[in-house]
Design a protein around this ligand. Structure first.
Ligand code: ATR
Length: 279
């Protein structure tokens, strides 16, 4: 019987996951379909119960339901519990179990640029949901320093205080981050600044950049934010958000099927969906 997979979000029409994941099912000859469902928050519990009753094999959860879904699941893994957000659910032995592949997806994509972050000095810009997933994932990798710069510094301190892993962290303002940029080996931009249509903005100037530093932006539309463009023009290595998106999907696919898929194929698929542009 055909297996059912889904993604729940609101809105959901923009999601590139259905085309990306359905392409993998046909590539690996798996008889399955992955469907997008627009679900209002008030209907979320019913939607989860419905999927379970229908025998769903697994599903993704996206904005704005990643945290709200947790009480409706039968279990959750440790990292997802610490992050407080689930983006991947697997139906295992009659139970819906929640995972978070956003942080691990970021890390796996990053590893192509920076094989290990142990002993590296890292700055995360932003303290929202995406920053949280990345911060808690990287905190387990023993970086030398894992600092957070955020417009609202208190939110950065909250995240640092809630971290159950032992890591040397401190919070700072955008101004302080801009001044101390030269200290970092890796800088990760996780805010919405620079996302289409507000593409002419960036969190702070990068004139104190050191050209061995790796700069990542989790935004993939545009493929090169102003932040990444300035970093590149100053000689830094850059990585856009395509890898995080592709690898979070690849890790979800692996949890559902046991197959770690061809990420180059996934990347080409996503670039095609974004309009055929290349980085
Ligand atoms: P996500 O889940 O995508 O991470 P979020 O949880 O709403 O989204 O977090 C948004 C992040 O972008 C936060 O760090 C937010 O800063 P605040 O904590 O100060 O709100 C940051 N952000 C969004 N718009 C911003 C802006 N115009 N200037 C500076 N920071 C901004």
């Amino acid at each position: 019987m055909k297996k059912l997979f889904a993604v729940l979000g609101n809105p959901i029409g923009h999601s590139m996951s259905p085309v990306m994941i359905n392409d993998l099912f046909s590539f690996y000859n798996i008889d399955a379909a992955y469907l997008p469902f627009q679900v209002k928050e008030v209907d979320l519990h019913d939607a989860v119960k419905g999927l379970k009753a229908l025998g769903v094999s697994g599903f993704n959860v996206t904005v704005p339901h990643k945290s709200k879904i947790i009480p409706f699941l039968d279990g959750i893994d440790e990292l997802a519990a610490n992050i407080g957000a689930v983006n991947t659910v697997v139906y295992e032995n009659g139970q819906l179990i929640g995972y978070n592949t956003d942080g691990p997806g970021f890390l796996k994509g990053l590893n192509a640029f920076l094989p290990k972050i142990t002993d590296q000095k890292v700055l995360i810009i932003g303290a929202g949901g995406a920053a949280r997933a990345i911060y808690l994932t990287l905190a387990k990798e023993n970086p030398l320093v894992l600092n957070i710069a955020n417009r609202t510094i208190e939110k950065a301190w909250e995240l640092i205080k809630e971290c159950p892993y032992s890591v040397f962290s401190s919070a700072c303002s955008f101004e302080e981050a801009s001044e101390s940029l030269g200290e970092y080996d890796l800088v990760i931009q996780t805010t919405l600044i620079g996302m289409s249509p507000k593409i002419n903005e960036q969190p702070f100037p990068l004139n104190k950049i050191r050209n061995q530093t790796v700069f990542c932006d989790i935004i993939y539309n545009p493929l090169e934010t102003q932040f990444l463009q300035e970093a590149r023009l100053n000689g830094a290595s850059i990585q856009n958000g395509i890898d995080m998106f592709v690898y979070q999907g690849a890790l979800a696919f692996e949890k559902w099927t046991g197959i770690f898929p061809d990420v180059e194929r996934m990347r080409d698929n996503v670039l095609k969906q974004l309009g055929g542009r290349t980085c």
